[in-house]
Design a protein around this ligand. Structure first.
Ligand code: F6R
Length: 581
C-alpha cells in the first residue's frame, strides 16, 4: 500500500526519476501522488489528486527527491492529505499506519497548524519538534520511531541538511545502488531500469542517503551496520505492459509460460520444505484474499493426494488460533508480494514461539522470503495488475507439487502438472478469448452472479468471485456446490447467471436445481453438459483441475471490467501489496 521512492546523487535528474519510477509503483496506490525535490532553491513540493500515470510534473534540476503514490488510509482523497507532508523544516513520505497518532496529534494541536487528516503529518510534526529542540536528524528519527505503534516505512528530507533519511519497521524499503544515483523504494520495480544491485533495509534499521553514499544504523542499538550488495534477477521487460493494453491481460496470457516456470522448482528445496512439514506436529497454511484461496486448494490437494489434514486460516483470522502455533508447528505462508501485513504479523508471532516458517512467494527478496526457513519462489515474474492471476496459478501449482512430494509421488505430480501446463498453452488462444468475451457481453449488465464448485473447485468458486468482484464490481459470490440449496438458492431468479465449475454428477445435479429456478448456467468443465446454456471448455488436469479452471474466469473478469468501463489494472478502493492491517 502506498508506493514510496527516493533518489539522491550527483545527477540533476532526481525528480524526473522519482516521477518516472513512482509510476512503476502505482499499483500500490493510485488515489493521489506527490514529489518533494531539492534543488539550489531548497525543497519544493508538487502534489496532485488522481493517478500519477495521468499526472504531470515540470522539469527541474533536482539532485534529490522523494515521492509517494497514495492509497488512502487516514483521511479522504484530497490534495491536503496527499504526501509529502511538510511541518517546519521537515518533509515526510510515509507508507504504513501510525496507529497511536491521534494521542500525539491531540497533544500538538495548539502548537502545530495541521493541514491534513493523516497520521503521516503527525510524524513530520514530531520530527520538527525534535529538531527544534536541538536533536540531530538521527536522534530525532530514532526517538520518533520509538513512539510509533504499527508498521511503517518513512523517507524524510530536512531543510537543514542534504540527503534522504529512511526508517523501516514492518513495511518494505529497498535501496538500489550503482551509477551516479542511489535509490530507495518500497518496491524494486521503481528503480529496476536504473540498477538491479540492491541493499535490503531490515526492520528497525535506518539509512542516510547522501550523494551516492549510504550509512546504515540499527535503530535499537544505534550501532552502524554494513550492508551487502545483492543482485536481483527481475528483468525490466517482464515489468512492462509490452503490446498489451493492460497488465491484467498480459499477465493472464503469460500463464502459457509461467505455470511451467512455477513447476520448475529446485528439488532440494522441495525436499527441505516437505521434510519440515513431515517433522511438524501441526501444519497451518495462511494467506490473504486470493492467496488464501490458493491455500484452500492446497488443503484439498494434501487431503486428496497425501491423505494429510492441514489447517488453512486467513492470515487476518489467525489471532483466534494463535495458541495452536507452537515450536513444533510448520507455518506455510502463501503470498505473492511477501509483504502483506496480516501475514507478516503471524510470521513475527511464529518466530517468537520458534515455529518453523515456510513460504511460497513470488518476490524472492521479500520480507516473508527472508524470514522463512525455506522459501519456494513462484517465479512468475512481477505481477503488476492489482487482481492476481499468474501468481495465483503459480501458487496452486506449488501447492499441488508439495502435496505430491509429501505423498512421495513427486514424479507423478510433476507429470500431471507438465501435462496441464501444455494443455493450458493450447487452451489460451485468441479464439478462446473471443468466445469468453462473447459470454461476457451477454452478462455484463447483471447485478448478481453466483459460482459453484465442489471439492478442490470450491476454493476456485471463491476465487472466481474475488476476481469478478474486484475488477467488474458485479456482486459475485462463490459457494460449495452442495451448500447452495441450504439457503442461497433463494437468491436465484429468472435469468440469474450461475457459473458451474466441473461436470461430475453431483455438481450437474446442483446445476439442474439452479436451472429449474430460472438460472442461466455457464459451465466450466472438460465436457459439455445439456444443463449448460454456455460452455467454457477446460482441459482435463486430473486432481490439478483448479489450475486450469480459474483461467477462463480471469479472462471473463477482464472482459467484464472493459465492457463495464473500468480500469482492470487499478480497481477502485484497492491496491496491490496490502502492507497495512
Ligand atoms: C486479489 C488479490 C488479493 C491478494 C491479497 C494477498 O486478486 O490479489 O486478494 O491475493 O491481497 O496479497 P499477497 O499475495 O501479496 O499476500
Amino acid at each position: 500500500m502506498c508506493g514510496i521512492f527516493g533518489v539522491t546523487g550527483t545527477a540533476k535528474t532526481a525528480a524526473d526519476n522519482v516521477f518516472a519510477g513512482l509510476k512503476n509503483l502505482e499499483y500500490r496506490g493510485y488515489d493521489s501522488w506527490g514529489v518533494a525535490l531539492r534543488d539550489t532553491e531548497g525543497i519544493q513540493i508538487t502534489k496532485q489528486v488522481g493517478k500519477i500515470s495521468e499526472g504531470t510534473m515540470e522539469g527541474s534540476d533536482a539532485y534529490e527527491a522523494v515521492g509517494h503514490s497514495r492509497w488512502a488510509t487516514h483521511g479522504g482523497v484530497t490534495l491536503d492529505n496527499s504526501h509529502p507532508h511538510r511541518v517546519g523544516g521537515v518533509v515526510v513520505v510515509h507508507n504504513g499506519i501510525f496507529e497511536n497518532y491521534l494521542s500525539y496529534k491531540t497533544k500538538l494541536e495548539d502548537e502545530i497548524d495541521f493541514k491534513s487528516e493523516t497520521d503521516s503529518e503527525v510524524i513530520a510534526a514530531l520530527l520538527h519538534i525534535e529538531i527544534q529542540n536541538g536533536s540531530s536528524p538521527q536522534e530525532a528519527l530514532t526517538h520518533v520511531s520509538s513512539l510509533i505503534e504499527g508498521r511503517f516505512a518513512i523517507l524524510v528530507m530536512f531543510d537543514s541538511m542534504p540527503g534522504i533519511w529512511a526508517v523501516r519497521r514492518g513495511s518494505p524499503l529497498i535501496l538500489g545502488r550503482g551509477g551516479e544515483q542511489t535509490y530507495i523504494a518500497s518496491d524494486i520495480p521503481a528503480f529496476l531500469e536504473m540498477t538491479n544491485v540492491v541493499n535490503y533495509l531490515d526492520d528497525n534499521q535506518m539509512a542516510y542517503l547522501h550523494g551516492v553514499e549510504v550509512d546504515f544504523w540499527d535503530l535499537l542499538t544505534g550501532e552502524e551496520i554494513e550492508k551487502r550488495n545483492i543482485e536481483v534477477e527481475w528483468d525490466i521487460e517482464s515489468a512492462d505492459k509490452g503490446e498489451h493494453p493492460h497488465f491484467m491481460i498480459k499477465e493472464i496470457l503469460e500463464q502459457k509460460e509461467t505455470i511451467a516456470r512455477a513447476i520448475n522448482q529446485d528439488k532440494e528445496q522441495i525436499d527441505a520444505f516437505t521434510t519440515a512439514l513431515k517433522k511438524a506436529g501441526g501444519i497451518y497454511i495462511i494467506g490473504c484474499g486470493t492467496a488464501h484461496k490458493a491455500a484452500m486448494a492446497t488443503e484439498y490437494f494434501f487431503a486428496q493426494i497425501a491423505g494429510k489434514k492441514v489447517n488453512v486460516v486467513a492470515a487476518s483470522e489467525v489471532e483466534s488460533f494463535k495458541t495452536f502455533i507452537r515450536p513444533n508447528t510448520a507455518l506455510v505462508c502463501i503470498s505473492q508480494s511477501g509483504e502483506t501485513a496480516d501475514i507478516m504479523e503471524v510470521v513475527e508471532y511464529a518466530e517468537s514461539v520458534d515455529a518453523t516458517v515456510l513460504s511460497i512467494t513470488n518476490v524472492a527478496s521479500s520480507s516473508l522470503a527472508r524470514a522463512s526457513t525455506v522459501a519456494l519462489p513462484v517465479k512468475v515474474g512481477p505481477e503488476k495488475a492489482v487482481a492476481s492471476t499468474k501468481a495465483t496459478t503459480g501458487q496452486i501449482t506449488i501447492g499441488f507439487l508439495l502435496a505430491h512430494a509429501y505423498a512421495d509421488t513427486f514424479t507423478k505430480g510433476l507429470g500431471i502438472l507438465l501435462g496441464a501446463a501444455a494443455n493450458i498453452n493450447d487452451m489460451i488462444n485468441p479464439r478462446y478469448e473471443e468466445h469468453i468475451e462473447s459470454v461476457a457481453k451477454k452478462f455484463k449488465d447483471t447485478e448478481n452472479l453466483f459460482i459453484i464448485g465442489r471439492a478442490s473447485l470450491y476454493p476456485i468458486a471463491l476465487e472466481a468471485a474475488i476476481k469478478i468482484q474486484e475488477v467488474s464490481y458485479i456482486h459475485a459470490q462463490g459457494f460449495a456446490a452442495g451448500e447452495l440449496k441450504h439457503g442461497p438458492i433463494a437468491l436465484i431468479e429468472e435469468g440469474t447467471p450461475c457459473i458451474v465449475l466441473g461436470d461430475d454428477q453431483e455438481t450437474i445435479s446442483n446445476a439442474t436445481e439452479l436451472k429449474s429456478r430460472g438460472a442461466v448456467i455457464i459451465g466450466i468443465s472438460t465436457t459439455e453438459q445439456p444443463v449448460f446454456d454456455h460452455w467454457l471448455r477446460v482441459p482435463d488436469a486430473e486432481l490439478a483441475q483448479p489450475l486450469v479452471s480459474i483461467i477462463p474466469i480471469q479472462i471473463l473478469s477482464y472482459h467484464f471490467a472493459l465492457l463495464r468501463g473500468h480500469d482492470p489494472d487499478m480497481p477502485r478502493n484497492l491496491a496491490k501489496s496490502v502492507t497495512v492491517k
